[in-house]
Write a protein that binds this ligand. Structure first.
Ligand SMILES: NC(=O)c1ccc[n+]([C@@H]2O[C@H](COP(=O)([O-])OP(=O)(O)OC[C@H]3O[C@@H](n4cnc5c(N)ncnc54)[C@H](O)[C@@H]3O)[C@@H](O)[C@H]2O)c1
Ligand SMILES: [Fe+2]
Length: 377
């Protein structure tokens, strides 16, 4: 027996913020960051929460939230005793809210009106997953936490919420979504349902992501890319991820490069590795390479052999990366060669232990991961 989890209600499209009306008569804790708390979007959220009994705003979340931010959020929760949490922002406020909810629950505090999330980036998929990525500031590692209680009850996918995202953030979060779709498609847990969502997510990103990057006010492209990110999130929630994410978590804990930017650098290198380093002759193509080839076909890429389809998928990722003005290597992303080289053994060990590694379609050793890390420098 297999299980495909559908928990979160999606309210999408223009005006979807009206869904906050379901919190009338409730005590609402808004979890967000300093920037978002002073935006017109926050003002609209307050307007839609006019029927709430009381609204408290916790805005101490920083990008790549750490244990200190989660502890401060928990204190705000315990002081205010909310019925509901509204998380407003990118993956950082959403993940913080999820972790706070989980910790509060463990301390015996229920959240009767649930967790409502309003993503303002189109990338992490956190609005539909049971994952939260929290940084341990002492060990410099990103801790991917998972608990079914962290699944939000409602996700409000208002494309206008992303309209203010600058090009660089649009590119970084967009490539995060693309990597979710590709990794979910080949992951050990992939299935017909997650495949459908991953394929559609990639097709939407194919036609919308660069448009969003070039013109943030392109409402049609924003809406499609926003939906794509959530579809990719549902796909990986159910199929799992792989070593693009394990390596990205490990590197991102130590070197300050955005998660999606790291994933974009890692994707082609990991695809080659998972596909058997493409050192095979066409008749020797393995089942994992065949999956990448099938995804390339679903994307509308044509090539004469399955091997060439895998290469074409990589070429598609590389072109997208170039069109989004992103670096192809860690050096180009500003990482210091000597510091990174010295860190490789520790990063490989951390990535090997990351739970995304267990979803990778082929087994990997620490030595494999160290080799891949050196390749992306
Ligand atoms: N939970 C998951 O499954 C999952 C998956 C992938 C990544 N993550 C995590 O999510 C975090 C990254 O999240 P993110 O990329 O969405 O960004 P973010 O939440 O870290 O925000 C980055 C910056 O962009 C700003 N910002 C956000 N939305 C904006 C908008 N609409 N307009 C202008 N500025 C805006 C924020 O104020 C912040 O300064 C990382 O910690 C990453 O590890 C989690
Ligand atoms: Fe991700």
């Amino acid at each position: 027996m297999y299980r495909f989890q559908l928990t979160t209600t999606l309210c999408y499209g223009p005006d979807s913020l009206r869904a906050l009306g379901t919190l009338d008569g409730r005590r609402v804790l808004v979890v967000t960051d300093a920037f978002m708390s002073s935006t017109p979007l926050m003002a609209r959220v307050r307007t839609e929460l006019a029927g709430a009994t009381a609204v408290e705003v916790f805005s101490e979340v920083k990008p790549n939230p750490d244990l200190t931010a989660v502890t401060a959020g928990l204190r705000a929760f315990l002081d205010f005793a909310p019925d509901a949490i509204v998380a407003l922002g990118g993956g950082s406020p959403i993940d913080t809210a999820k972790a706070v909810r989980k910790l509060a629950l463990e301390l015996g505090h229920q959240l009767p009106a649930g967790l409502v999330v309003i993503p303002t980036t189109s990338g992490t998929g956190s609005e539909v997953t049971s994952f939260a990525v929290i940084t341990d500031e002492h060990s410099h590692t990103k801790l991917p936490l998972t608990a079914v209680e962290m699944l939000p009850e409602i996700a409000i996918l208002d494309p206008e919420a992303v309209g203010t995202a600058p090009p660089r953030l649009t590119a970084d979060s967009g490539m995060d979504a693309v990597s979710h779709a590709i990794e979910a498609y080949v992951a050990k847990g992939s299935n017909d349902f997650s495949d459908a969502l991953a394929e559609k997510a990639l097709r939407l990103a194919d036609t919308s992501l660069v448009r969003c990057f070039r013109d943030g006010t392109d409402a049609e492209a924003r809406e499609r890319q926003h939906n794509a990110a959530t579809m990719a999130g549902i796909a990986f929630q159910n199929a799992g991820l792989g070593i693009v994410h394990s390596l990205s978590h490990a590197i991102g804990g130590t070197f300050p490069v955005a998660h999606g930017r790291l994933n974009a650098i890692l994707l082609p290198v990991v695809t080659c590795f998972n596909a058997g380093d493409l050192g095979f002759r066409p008749h020797e193509i393995g089942p994992v390479a065949r999956r990448y080839a099938a995804l390339a076909k679903a994307l509308g890429v044509s090539a004469s052999t399955e091997r060439n389809l895998v290469l074409a998928l990589n070429a598609w990722v590389e072109k997208l990366r170039t069109d989004l003005g992103m670096p192809a290597t860690l050096r180009a992303a500003g990482v210091d060669r000597a510091a990174f080289t010295a860190a490789v053994p520790a990063l490989a060990a951390t990535a090997h232990k990351d739970f995304c590694t267990s979803g990778n379609p082929v087994p990997v050793t620490e030595t494999d991961l160290a080799t891949l890390l050196k390749r992306i420098l």
